[in-house]
Design a protein around this ligand. Structure first.
Ligand code: SF4
Length: 190
């Protein structure tokens, strides 16, 4: 758990600059469609908690998006419990851990789902397009696609980190989305 608190108003900026692709995709999908399915909410919600988003802010964040497509009663009834649960406020009051890369990579992802690891679960053409959108240089894209093809998803993610951080490598191969975030923030803050 991070001791730092995140200003929720800067989340779009954090997503753009510091999130790994799995979480950036969930964030952008939520902003665009104002909805995420259960497994996506769990993967993203626990990540947000671990980067330091406070419970109250998290609840308002999800409410703000979901109530663009449903009324507040429906949100309260069907979705607010999930957020409370993720923060250990209800149910067994467990303090759930954010998912590691391995857990995300091994998870099952169906058509139309947005959770999972892009390097494992997306078509190569989509990975390529996303890499271009993120400004990864063409030699970076080539090596990332080769790694993906050989099943080296976390090394591909590590390469992505390098090519989006002026070729600075993380301390170790990326093994956790929250590691990606923290190392990215460390580079930005020096
Ligand atoms: Fe996310 Fe890990 Fe996949 Fe990177 S390797 S996109 S951090 S699940």
């Amino acid at each position: 758990n991070s001791e730092k608190e995140i200003d929720i108003r800067n989340l779009d900026n954090y997503s753009k600059k510091h999130f790994p692709l799995c979480m950036k995709h969930l964030h952008e999908t939520l902003r665009a469609s104002h909805h995420l399915k259960h497994d996506s909410r769990l993967q993203y919600g626990l990540f947000l908690k671990a980067i330091g988003v406070r419970f109250d802010d998290a609840l308002e964040f999800w409410r703000e998006e979901f109530t663009k497509i449903m009324d507040n009663d429906k949100f309260e009834k069907n979705y607010s419990y999930n957020v409370k649960h993720a923060y250990g406020k209800v149910g067994s009051m467990v303090n759930y851990s954010p998912f590691s890369c391995l857990k995300i990579i091994m998870g099952s992802v169906g058509a139309g789902d947005h959770h999972g690891c892009p390097f494992k679960h997306w078509d190569a053409s989509l990975v390529k397009r996303k890499m271009m959108d993120c400004g990864v240089a063409s030699e970076g894209i080539e090596s990332i696609l080769a790694l993906v093809k050989n099943g080296h998803f976390q090394i591909a993610c590590t390469k992505y980190f390098e090519f989006t951080h002026s070729l600075q490598a993380p301390s170790t191969t990326i093994n956790h989305p929250n590691q990606f975030f923290e190392e990215s923030i460390n580079i930005a803050t020096g």
